[in-house]
Write a protein that binds this ligand. Sequence first.
Ligand SMILES: Nc1ncnc2c1ncn2[C@@H]1O[C@H](COP(=O)(O)OP(=O)(O)O)[C@@H](O)[C@H]1O
Ligand SMILES: [Mg+2]
Length: 327
Amino acid sequence: MRLVAGRQLKEIFRAFHARDELAFRRAALEIVEEEQAKHHNALARDLHKLLVAGAGSVDTASTIVVPAPPKDREGEWDLGEVREAERLLEDLILHKTVVASLESVVEEVRQWPTLDAAGVPRRQRLLLQGPPGCGKTTAAEAVAAELGRPFLIVRLDAVVSSYLGETASNLRRILDYSNQAPFVVLFDEFDALGRSRNDASEHGEMKRVVTAFLQMTDRYRGPSLLLAATNHPSLLDEALWRRFDEVVTFGLPTVHQLRQVLRLRLKSVAHKGIEIDSYASALNGLPHAAAEKLIIDARRSALLRNSTTVEGQDVEKVLPRITSRPW
Ligand SMILES: Nc1ncnc2c1ncn2[C@@H]1O[C@H](COP(=O)(O)OP(=O)(O)O)[C@@H](O)[C@H]1O
Ligand SMILES: [Mg+2]
């Protein structure tokens, strides 16, 4: 047995006595990351699996024991929400360059200790951009799941305040909180950041707040990975988004990818007479979310006619609603 993990082992024992799950997870993750950095890949993978499987096998609410996320100044709104990340990258149909980027980030986060030791900067602040319904939010959750880290979703509607200076303080509160444990933090629908509740000139305001965010996180070297997602990359000018360590661009699916989403979502569902090819063509130009919703709605339609088997008639019934609604 190696001695290097001595500090973390002591921490784990201490955490056990203190019933401090947060400290336990932090130390356990450090051990996994350290083993990974030493290229003890099999051991790191097994330890990681044990940590994640342990979490998944018990009631979610009782497993994430981290301090409650901060509230705004009036103590009225939670500024974030911590969730157990459940979905994995394999639940998503993504372009292979997107998968490669996300996997490289996951791998890199595991190896932060190696980068730190060599003085090579981490990529710690990423922007996910692309049209709605193409998997940005889910991919962020999947990154958390792959890393076995709790997933902190920042509630931007609560963070953005119409009081002068209060938005920045709220961002500061969230960043302080994300210093306390190794989260994957998602600033979702990031472009909403500057849209204060009763401000008509929202564009300039947004830039100001996004700039403040970038300044505040420029030197962030805490334990968390910071992700921001936007449906409207054009709202951020190039100078702003270039300041992220990495930009991952999600795109609308090809018909082939729509077919794959349909197949994936039908995998655990009894079905017959589903013409996947023709439904995929009918969905051409729509996001992945549309293909997923087609199957969910078709299942509902089947259940409402007392059948657990989804048939062509169910899909055809709901298809016009899917193709005519905004996405
Ligand atoms: N690439 C994808 N592959 C499979 N399902 C997807 C994909 N993108 C989105 N979905 C499904 O569509 C829904 C919305 O996705 P979401 O991640 O919220 O998209 P976005 O954040 O880009 O708007 C989710 O329930 C997700 O399962
Ligand atoms: Mg989203």
